[in-house]
Design a protein around this ligand. Sequence first.
Ligand code: SF4
Length: 356
Amino acid sequence: MSPTPLLDVAGLETHFPVRKGLLRRQVGSVRAVDGVSFSIAKGRTLGLVGESGCGKTTVGRSVLRLVEPTAGAVRFAGADVRAMHGAALAALRRRMQIVFQDPYGSLNPRMTIRAILEEGLVIHRLGAADERLARMRSALERTGLAASALERYPHEFSGGQRQRIAIARALVLEPEFLVLDEPVSALDVSIQAQVVNLLVDLREQLGLTYLFISHDLSVVEHVADEVAVMYLGRIVEHATADALYRVPLHPYTLALFSAVPRIDPAHRRRRIVLTGDVPSPARPPAGCRFHPRCPLAESVCRSVDPPATVVEGHRVHCHVAARELDRGGTAAAAARRIAEMMTAGAADKIVTGGGA
Ligand code: SF4
């Protein structure tokens, strides 16, 4: 039996109005998130991956109600997040924190680290002055920084150290759940591994639960227990990390994986470069949203939204994957056939290169 989820998201939609003219009349809406469902058990990490603009950041912000969802349910520890207001919502926000991508933009350059860390404690009225100081020191030490950092300013720190401060700012409130929104993308590659390892250690030490948002599959591989792949506001494949990295089934997942550099020749995949741009989320295509760029698209893909097929730890939305799985054999055998079709069978729509 799967463990009780700490976070449960069902049918989440977040649409933004498009307004035009002098009267700013609404003429449409951008469907940034359009029917996303997932759950995360306590102490686990869900990686949410996809290209820029696929809606993954909006999912993270909608879960925390930093943007208001249009529809769907968000439950945290059994409580209905969308029904909360005032003091109840403020108390919930202490338990659910976010770390942003940009360690330069997310820290106010005019505030000392003490003021940055103390702000949340003051807002949530947590502890007397000496208790706040102890909490701030402890949060800094947990992230590998000395307590002397409290009297300094953000510009005195490197990018990696600033991201540690941003993590300490979240930790000082003693949250249970963190949305990590591209937490290492702005850092040098040499620093990325250190911050990823820190996040993994903190999760173990503090029993934290993560929604880890990233465009980088190789970073997610080191952190996530499960991975959900997003395309144009929807999750197209969701699987345990082990199942997804061994046996990617959705053509879009395969294309993303083919771009990940691998040192080990045994794990290299032929590069699949998708043609065309991602369609506008204001006018998503009918049927499968990936069909204008998919080398395997068939007529059914242009009109029928693919339902979920569940197999061997995967939940995949693809007509061709469903048919290949239906032919029998293992998911790995189906994945191999789909990969062969992707790299060989549709050469008119894809450009293939050497090992990535
Ligand atoms: Fe490609 Fe069709 Fe599968 Fe969509 S449903 S990913 S268009 S094969």
